[in-house]
Write a protein that binds this ligand. Structure first.
Ligand code: PRP
Length: 210
């Protein structure tokens, strides 16, 4: 698939398997999301532009590098929040634009409940964060918002994505790069990713129903 990048690092496979397991506690689940987000962020930013910067080491002066692009990270609430801290650790100067969206359980359509861009905040690169891409509806709505806000270079970071969801998303936005830890093959009749990991938001925030 063009413009789809699946992590191939052994650490990604290792941490993903722990993430998926039903026996994994919410605390451990958050840790796994943190680790996988870092691996995803490294992969999704490997072509960012740099500018030279003077650095004084204890031994000498030298020319080092600093990031030369303005970046926004755009978590889709709620589960996207779990990716914010690790990505901010790597991109501490990034702006954070929150997008509130949940998927209606009956229709599987995204329902937007918070979408407010701070005025006068142009950026070069927008990284959309959501651990799950199932039907692709939520990511599509997020990309529509970012395009409306004038972001040219939009990249999606998702831990697990369903193949049909990526294909559906790319029918509308083939130019948007999607970085995932795993591409899972199918959605079930409730539009849940299989094998997947269940509901990422509920597992992250310990709000599963009994
Ligand atoms: C989940 C997930 C994505 C969306 C994916 O959110 O975190 O945002 O569904 O589904 P889609 O690709 O079919 O749109 P959920 O509705 O569970 O909300 P939450 O993050 O608040 O738990």
């Amino acid at each position: 698939m063009q413009n789809v990048f699946e992590l191939t690092h052994p650490l990604a496979a290792h941490h993903l398997s722990i993430l998926r397991a039903t026996s994994t506690s919410p605390a451990q689940f958050r840790t796994q999301i943190h680790l996988l987000s870092m691996l995803l962020a490294v992969r999704a930013t490997d072509d960012l532009q740099l500018a030279p910067v003077s650095v004084e080491t204890p031994l000498t002066g030298m020319t080092g590098s600093k990031l030369d692009q303005r970046i926004a990270i755009v978590p889709i609430l709620r589960a996207g929040l779990g990716l914010v801290e690790p990505v901010l650790q790597l991109l501490p100067d990034a702006a954070v634009w929150h997008l509130g969206m949940y998927r209606d359980e009956a229709t599987a359509q995204p329902v937007e409940y918070y979408c407010k861009l701070p005025e006068g905040n142009a950026v070069d690169v927008g990284l959309v964060l959501d651990p799950m891409l199932a039907t692709g509806g939520s990511i599509k709505a997020a990309v529509v918002a970012l395009k409306r806000w004038g972001v040219q270079d939009i990249r999606v970071l998702s831990v697990i994505a369903a193949k049909p969801g990526i294909e559906e998303f790319h029918r509308e936005f083939p130019e948007v790069k999607v970085f995932v830890a795993s591409i899972d093959p199918v959605l079930n009749s409730h539009k849940f990713i299989v094998p997947g990991l269940g509901d990422a938001g509920d597992r992250m925030f310990n709000t599963q129903r009994d």
